[in-house]
Design a protein around this ligand. Sequence first.
Ligand code: ADE
Length: 234
Amino acid sequence: MRIDILTALPRLLDSWFGDSILQRAQQKGLVEVHIHDLRKWSNDKHKRIDDYAFGGGAGMVLQIEPIHLAISELKKERSYDEVIYMSPDGALLDQPMANELSLKGNLIILCGHYKGVDERVREHLVTREVSIGNYVLSGGEIPAAVLCDAIIRLLPGVLNDETSALSDSFQDGLVAPPAYSRPAEFNGWKIPDVLLSGHQANIDAWRHQQAVERTRQRRPELLEGSPELPFGDG
Ligand code: ADE
């Protein structure tokens, strides 16, 4: 998979992708992430990529020209499955969307800034708009980083334990069951006996029952529309 990120603030993203799981995924050749400074495609002598909004109003708008040039240049090299614009009014990112995007080959992600982007970018160049939540951040860089993290960790080989992404919260429509590690007793606080039983079927059943119960208590909306989910069974 290849992800090209177009941003006015590339340095914000460099450290994110230069560390931890995301860096290792790139070193292993499982994903290529390219961060591009939109100013590279500015024809302005001061390398500006934003301007005042027609009709007035506070805030600058990212101009269409550098974005169009950037996307055209990238598309000359390879085809892209999606051109994603990070925006608070996009479709809300959730696990099924991350799963779907993790199966794509090449993605372009455009980070918005200032007062937004020239609407013609959204009308003609963007194929999908994605929000990471119902709140407004000052730019699309953190949302782009969140989206990339959600996608990249799903790629086969990125996580050491191949099954661990599959047992994440939300992957089966349930939040994750509780996890414990050594010591089995700390400060008098004991872990559930079943986890020491060595009986894998019982452990799996306990985990599932915990996940269902937690989902019902904490995120009941995840169970709505899933009548087939076993409410409260063992
Ligand atoms: N840009 C600003 N806020 C955002 C959000 N919540 N999601 C995606 N992009 C954004």
